[in-house]
Design a binder for this molecule. Structure first.
Ligand code: CU
Length: 98
């Protein structure tokens, strides 16, 4: 589990890595209500994406050693995020906004 970091501009940020074991790290993100920038970085040779549901905002495919960011505005609640390529391998995580 990791908490989002708040920058000087008030934006919350967190970096999530995806690896060849088809896992996100962290897979549980704690954040406050408001804007959150999520950066996905792919470590191994297997490309991944990251989609926050149900808002359906997606990083697009991220290849090895690359990263892409998305911004979401979330109110209190729990939001699943998934790799749409490896959903059947249970490559999922959750954002806990409280
Ligand atoms: Cu994946």
């Amino acid at each position: 589990m990791a908490s989002a970091t708040v920058g000087s501009d008030g934006m919350q940020t967190v970096t999530v890595t995806g690896d060849d074991q088809l896992r996100y790290e962290p897979s549980v993100i704690k954040a406050k209500p408001g804007k959150l920038r999520i950066t996905l970085r792919t470590l191994g040779g297997t490309p991944h994406d990251l989609e926050v549901r149900p808002v359906k905002i997606n990083t697009g495919l991220v290849s090895k050693d690359q990263e892409r960011s998305i911004e979401v505005t979330l109110s209190r609640g729990r939001y699943d995020f998934v790799c749409t390529f490896h959903l059947t391998s249970n490559m999922v995580g959750v954002i806990d906004v409280s």
